[in-house]
Design a binder for this molecule. Sequence first.
Ligand SMILES: [Zn+2]
Length: 624
Amino acid sequence: MNNDIEEIKSKLNIVDILGEYIRLDKAGANFRALCPFHNEKSPSFMVNEEKQFWHCFGCQKSGDIFGFVMEMEGVEFREALKTLAEKAGVKLQSYSPEKTEEKNRTLEILELATKFYEVQLWKGEGKEKILNYLHERGLKDETIKEFRLGYAPSGWRNVLDFLVKRGYKTEEINKTGLLVQKTKSNEQRTINNNENKNSNIDHWSLSLDNCYDRFRDRIIFPISDYSGKVLGYTARVTPGSDESQAKYVNSPETEMYHKSRILYGLDRAKSEIKKQDSVLLVEGQMDVIASHQANIKNTVAVSGTALTPDQIAIIKRYTKNIQMFFDMDSAGENATKKSVKLCLASGMTVRIVSLEQGKDAADIASENPEKLQENVAKALPAVEYFFQKNFQKFDKNKVEDKKKITAELLDIILDLENEVEKNYWIKKLSEDLGVSESALTDELKKTSLKGKNTKDSGPREDIKKIGPTTKKEMLIWEMIGLMLVSSFVWKKACDEAKTRKIFLSDNLLQLMLEKGEQVNFDFTALSNEISTNRELSEKMQNLFSRKKYQLDLNNNLEEIVIEDPWKEFQACEREMEREEKKEELNRIGNDLKLAEERKDEEAKKFLREQSDKISKELAKLMEL
Ligand SMILES: [Zn+2]
């Protein structure tokens, strides 16, 4: 691992790498730039080529190429390592080579297919059929190119033949989701659906392969991950063609493409999201593209109807502030409301952008880009928005309506993560409605109980449950998570606990250290053992799935080398020691104040010595 890092560093120049993201100007021995991590008008971001190091005098962030990519892409170290290894042409020792090779082939195929569709749009059949339509929708050529829109021609084997000719095997192509595998029944169905239209059927049904192109005669929207690698597609039916077809056909879930983890446009929007410390969530691909063209570049969309917890976790790497379009009268109201609630529950700040009825962001952006910007600037905090709307919609002087307003608003307030904020809105609701606060609090309790019993409450409860309250608790939970996913770490921690003090303030950690050997350091075994203790087993399950998810988010579990979780565990331990020292320093500080009040010279002297000693220890720990 360390060799990898050194090799990568030796092969890459910080000026080239950072230059891919930001504009660097030579300033004496250094390079200077506008800091990408905070908003500024005059450059305070410096790059030192000799030391291969960057530093911002504005926000005090600094680091090497790895730190920069982590910060810029909002990714963990491992992901940054992968990205830079690729750039440096370094093969990482710790990865399983076959798996990586297979993934690379899949990405290669998707990239080639995307190019194929692009060529079909600009030079092939799509030029006549599609370009006009896209222009009519207000898209400029440069925008169409930026988002790599394409056209999948009609016919059964266009992309398939193209890729096979370039040496890819059908099974390899099939892994990308570009093909549909023929089965008896869908063969029949496809023929029936298309027999009047398609002349290629003979060719297709006689072919040796039992696969054909998934996307035929459709506008192609490539869907990329945060780094711009194409993982899948959404394909819109060609305007004016057979109306009985589905308007949109999407790539299926593949080993690499997971809809619930993709935010459309993130690769183009991420740096702007960071800079503005805010993301704008719109409904569809066209909305994203039109907004970017209208110079609102912090825009992304989800591929389903509502945000998933995975997507929220990804957004939170870049910002905690989200702006959403919301139309109270639209059919999508419930889905959007669900997204709002989920964001509030995970501690994000949500603002709502109002839209005129029946219009989407793309319409407004193409009619009048400034108007869209105006609307976004006027966005209201979510709770305030729902207050306004509900008080407009219902008559607060009627008892029935009072109930409705209460139900609607408590449903939102319940999700707020911050208790102070929660209290504020309850107070406001009580004033606006002329109902006592205690009546509302009672009602809130009922709502929250009801929420627990319905499936609809979603992962809100989980998110709350797994939120640690102190830094120490967070660290302990990290450590537990690491032990649960890696029996190697679990065993090591137990060995260590025999010889030195390990942090026993947590009941689950204590239990795991005691019972580790007995259950053979196995998550399932301990899980069975403590299944009767609901609180404890739920906590364990939560920490286990959270850690697994965290690791899996950036990597497949099989790629994780055994030393890494252990290193992470040790880093947590060190951080924990630092926290304890800091706490000790605080305690001594308080005692010192008291001693000063008492004018107790002897105590003062002793406490100062103690404080110096611990400060030095802390300084040493900080260096590690
Ligand atoms: Zn800065």
